[in-house]
Design a protein around this ligand. Structure first.
Ligand code: GTP
Ligand code: MG
Length: 199
């Protein structure tokens, strides 16, 4: 898929305020600071379409981008950010799960996982909740430029092993880097295929 145009649509704090238009939608989710906003910028070929920050918890709303006038990319706030109050954290969680559960147009959720780490319970829990809600998802292992391929592969193998304890089949999986653009072509081809199927 070639990105011809990307337009910022708006930022929303509840699912019911999100655009009603029924075009295929792809959401990006993952723990705070995993690289969601950077990945959307990388996919769209724009440096600062979405704000990126050193400080976790940067994205606090559901942000819509219209791609090629044919689909939406959605940047979601991170989960599991420790430095906000319990009250605020549950507000974020409610916002994310309401969006995920209600959104009919949602074709696939990209769950971003930091490839530098061994499997984190928080990510496994999140993936299991998606399973319970029967929401289609794929896994993206981010920041692969930060270490050698063998370390990335080892962390991916461990994640798969953890998942296979409760899942019969594994989702589609991609290795990405917002710095080297690794995974961009594969991911865009995957998105195009799903968007076509949804038409
Ligand atoms: N080396 C490297 N750094 C990355 C990559 N992706 C993101 N980063 C850095 O990681 C930090 C967080 O990136 P963001 O894109 O803001 O992460 P986020 O998941 O949107 O964060 P929140 O919105 O706070 O949940 C920034 O300092 C980015 O520059 C990557 O692929 N490689
Ligand atoms: Mg962000």
């Amino acid at each position: 898929m070639i990105i011809r145009s990307v337009n910022y649509v708006g930022s929303f704090s509840k699912e019911e305020d999100c655009p009603k238009e029924e075009i295929p939608e792809f959401a990006f989710i993952g723990r705070s600071n995993v690289g969601k906003s950077s990945l959307i910028n990388m996919l769209c070929g724009k440096k600062d379409l979405v704000k990126v920050s050193q400080t976790p918890g940067k994205t606090r709303t559901i942000n819509f981008f219209r791609v090629n006038d044919a689909m939406h990319f959605v940047d979601l706030p991170g989960y599991g950010y420790a430095k906000i109050s319990q009250q605020e954290r549950s507000r974020f969680e409610k916002m994310i799960f309401e969006y995920l559960a209600k959104r009919q147009q949602l074709q696939c959720v990209f769950v971003l996982i930091d490839s530098r780490h061994t499997p984190q319970q928080l990510d496994l829990d999140f993936v299991n909740r998606l399973g319970e809600l029967q929401i289609p998802f794929a896994l993206l292992f981010t920041k692969a430029d930060k270490q050698g391929r063998s370390t990335t592969d080892k962390h991916i193998a461990l994640f798969k092993k953890e998942m296979l304890k409760s899942w019969e089949a594994l989702p589609q999986l991609f290795v990405t880097s917002a710095v080297t653009k690794l995974g961009r072509e594969q991911l865009l081809a995957f998105i195009e295929k799903i968007a076509k199927r949804a038409d």
